[in-house]
Write a protein that binds this ligand. Structure first.
Ligand SMILES: [Zn+2]
Ligand SMILES: [Zn+2]
Length: 246
């Protein structure tokens, strides 16, 4: 079988399997993803859900913690190309474990959990369009799905906001950001995205699973604004806190 046919078949099977898993999950009592206790129809039991590391007061632009919840010094000094960031959790134990299972072990049922967390954190924000941060074609083929897209399509369904399904690309298969030191990441993503859509006058929320330095999201926001978007927000499940300097 050709590679193309093989991957088309894989993705059709994947969609079928995911639909079946989603349906089974709703029908059966669940085991908590973290402690294996009973969790009803939810992925996590109430105890584990309550203990997740939530973000306290944070900069509305970049979502990094700041005691008074005002725009942080870094965003004031050098405003990023995006206008706001909504993050449900800090990227710390056990959120990191859940995200890892989602990203690398195909636990796509976790997309529902991530989307619900964003819905709770969003506080009424209502953009004109949703778009998932694109993966490069190579990365998407390796993984079989784009974890950001899996979250975004649930958000689009719940909020009835149109989801951008094509016309945005990640062009270069640059080295994965995770392999690079923080200072190298902005350079690595420069010019990485393309947008063929006319977004004139539209506000857009970009959905991703984890915001680390924000370099990819910043570059993508720049690309969307060049295509006419008037406002770009990041909607992420978890925000990595910067390494401590001491
Ligand atoms: Zn639990
Ligand atoms: Zn900030």
């Amino acid at each position: 079988m050709s590679n193309f046919l093989g991957s088309a078949l894989d993705s059709a099977l994947g969609r079928f399997r995911r639909g079946a898993i989603d349906a089974a999950r709703r029908a059966l009592p669940q085991r908590c993803e973290l402690c294996a206790g009973t969790s009803g129809s939810e992925l996590l039991c109430p105890g584990c859900a309550r203990a997740l590391p939530r973000l306290g007061p944070a900069c509305p632009t970049c979502a990094l913690p700041i005691p008074d919840g005002a725009v942080c010094g870094r965003c004031l000094a050098q405003p990023p190309p995006f206008d706001a960031t909504i993050a449900a959790f800090a990227y710390a134990f056990p959120v990191d474990r859940l995200m890892y299972a989602f990203k690398y072990h195909g636990r796509v049922a976790l997309a529902e959990w991530g989307a619900q967390a964003i819905l709770t954190a969003r506080a009424g924000a209502r953009p004109d369009r949703l778009v998932a941060l694109p993966l490069s074609r190579e990365r998407q083929r390796e993984r079989g799905y784009n974890q950001a897209y899996e979250i975004a399509r649930i958000l689009a369904r719940e909020l009835r906001i149109p989801l951008v399904r094509g016309g945005v690309h990640r062009d270069r298969a640059a080295p994965p950001q995770a392999a690079l030191p923080w200072t190298e990441r902005a350079k690595n993503v420069r010019g990485a995205f393309a947008c063929e859509l006319d977004l004139k006058g539209l506000s857009v929320a970009v959905v991703d699973d984890v915001m680390t330095t924000g370099a990819s999201l910043a570059e993508f926001a720049r690309t969307l604004k060049r295509a006419g978007a008037t406002r770009v927000e990041n909607w992420v499940v978890a925000r990595t806190l910067p390494p401590r300097s001491d």
